[in-house]
Design a protein around this ligand. Structure first.
Ligand code: GLU
Length: 310
């Protein structure tokens, strides 16, 4: 593993004036839809823990997906959070304003031979694995990349890049593991008060994409960089991101970033036991507001005490 502080973090470390013991929490929504009651639960968990621990609470807009994110959704996030009685520090970090930072971290990994360009389309990949029964899938349900472009010769890579073909950058997982070591773990609180060590299993993701064809980063790269840049000490988020943390720990090790504590909370379920999400048409906070539901009702229903505290 390389040593020394990461250059792309330095301005932030100076701005923060060094480390402090004060806990720092964050809520990091993507403005690709309206917030629903599951988001309300997650943000209130963060906000209330920050308050109880005399910590800071930050909001981060994760809008790297420029095709799916919209300014009106972002505006709605601010309004819905304010309606819930939540306040946050300014300025708000908007990831779409920081592509150069993420790109420089990706470049560092690429220079170390940990990434390779991949020209495959989704269709190429599904064709390549279609003949194989029970081909393994990553925690997001995508087939593990079969490694097609890992085997391209340097000449072939250069030829394709020079001819203007778009390439994503994938992590060479076995190479990355041999650099970062196999014994990565994180401190997990789950729903309890006592932390436990969880062994990271980044290999679950295979040679996953770290920089997409259309944007020079990915959720995984941006989130670890911003958790570090913003000095986040406690990541509190839903259990649906539990497995992503394995990959985040690997990236933190490779980029010399500190590891926050993690708490992956239970997900809210609807009456039928389905996870609440946009895809299951959970009621948005907007809709609840329009129906005359009060913020106190939402807080009570989610198990938080009644008065928002400032
Ligand atoms: N932006 C991600 C989402 O909306 C959350 C990221 C995180 O909390 O790490 O699902």
């Amino acid at each position: 593993m390389s040593s020394g502080s990461s250059d792309f973090l330095r301005p932030y470390e100076e701005a923060r004036g060094g480390s402090s013991l004060q806990p720092v929490f964050r809520f990091a929504p993507s403005p690709n839809g309206y917030l629903h009651i599951g988001h309300a639960y997650s943000v209130l968990r963060n906000y209330e823990m920050a308050r109880e621990q005399d910590g800071r609470f930050l909001l981060r807009i994760e809008d790297i997906d420029i095709d799916r994110c919209r300014p009106d959704y972002e505006q709605a996030i601010y309004e819905d959070l304010a309606w819930l009685g939540i306040t946050w520090e300014q300025p708000v970090l908007r990831q779409s304003e920081h592509f150069a930072v993420y790109a420089s971290a990706v470049e560092r990994l690429r220079e170390r031979g940990l990434l390779y360009p991949c020209f495959c389309t989704r269709l190429d990949i599904s064709r390549a694995v279609s003949g194989v029964r029970d081909w393994p899938r990553d925690p997001d349900g995508a087939p593990i990349y079969p490694g097609t472009c890992r085997h391209l010769s340097l000449d072939e890579r250069d030829r394709r890049l020079a001819s203007g073909q778009h390439a994503a950058l994938r992590i060479d997982m076995s190479q990355a593991l041999s650099e970062a070591g196999m014994l990565l773990a994180w401190c997990e609180y789950g729903e309890g008060d006592e932390p436990r060590d969880v062994r990271a299993e980044p290999m679950l993701w295979g040679d996953t994409v770290l920089a997409r064809k259309d944007i020079p980063t990915s959720y995984h790269v941006s989130v670890v960089i911003d958790d570090a840049r913003q000095g986040i000490t406690d990541v509190v988020r839903g259990k649906d991101l539990f497995n992503a943390t394995s990959l985040h720990r690997l990236l933190q090790a490779l980029l010399d970033l500190p590891a926050p504590r993690y708490r992956h909370h239970d997900l809210l379920r609807d009456a039928a036991g389905q996870k609440l999400s946009k895809s299951t048409r959970a009621k948005s906070i907007r809709t609840l507001r329009a129906e005359g539901v009060k913020p106190e009702d939402v807080r009570r229903r989610l198990g938080f005490d009644l008065a928002p505290h400032h």
